[in-house]
Write a protein that binds this ligand. Structure first.
Ligand SMILES: [Fe+2]
Length: 199
């Protein structure tokens, strides 16, 4: 089990002007950290302590019932944010290439259509949650939403790209303008890192 959050490969202000430094700092050092702190409390002294987080989240029903909700909420919070931070970085103006682009074209027709569908999915999410590009067991790509801190792992998917659509991810800069946040977030997606997650 992880004891510390993975370090960010960029500075808090490296996602400016699309995601502001204050949001990145509060999101990472407060929200993300709090999920890890609460997860640690929930699993300390239990059989989960020495397992990998990903393995725990893949089989929710094997978590002891008295800590299951706490582990899923906070462990999901840790896992989802780890993935979220790992697929963004300083804007480089790149787009998907190679196998990832082929799979996007295969699944959605074109990169632009994929972006439109992903954006619509994120806009349609009611309340707090996440929009994902995931890979199915047969290798195909799919867009899904999850509520709160639920992870695609529990549904058997391999997550490639995550967009946090909790208000804490954008409220300081964008207030209620989720659409503007999403439009700007595309600029900081690190497609090389998304590609590396392909099975
Ligand atoms: Fe978040």
């Amino acid at each position: 089990m992880i004891k510390e959050l993975p370090k960010l490969n960029y500075a808090f202000d490296d996602l400016e002007p699309y995601i502001d430094a204050q949001t990145v700092e509060v999101h990472y050092t407060k929200h993300h950290q709090t999920y890890l702190d609460k997860l640690t409390v929930a699993i300390t002294g239990t059989s989960l302590e020495n397992l990998e987080l990903e393995d725990i989240l893949k089989s929710p029903n094997s978590i002891e019932e008295n800590i299951r909700t706490a582990v899923l909420n906070n462990g999901g919070g840790v896992y989802n944010h780890n993935l979220f931070w790992s697929v963004v970085g300083p804007a480089e103006g790149k787009t998907p290439e190679g196998e990832l682009l082929e799979k996007i074209n295969e699944g959605f027709g074109s990169f632009d259509t994929f972006k439109e569908q992903f954006t619509q999915s994120a806009l349609s999410l009611f309340g707090s949650g996440w929009t994902w590009l995931v890979q199915e067991k047969d290798g195909k790509l799919k867009i899904i939403n999850t509520q709160n801190q639920a992870t695609p792992l529990a549904e058997g998917y391999k997550p490639l790209l995550a967009l946090d659509v909790w208000e804490h991810a954008y409220y300081l800069k964008y207030q209620n303008r989720r659409a503007d946040y999403i439009t700007n977030w595309w600029n900081v997606v690190n497609w090389d890192n998304v590609s590396k997650k392909l099975a």
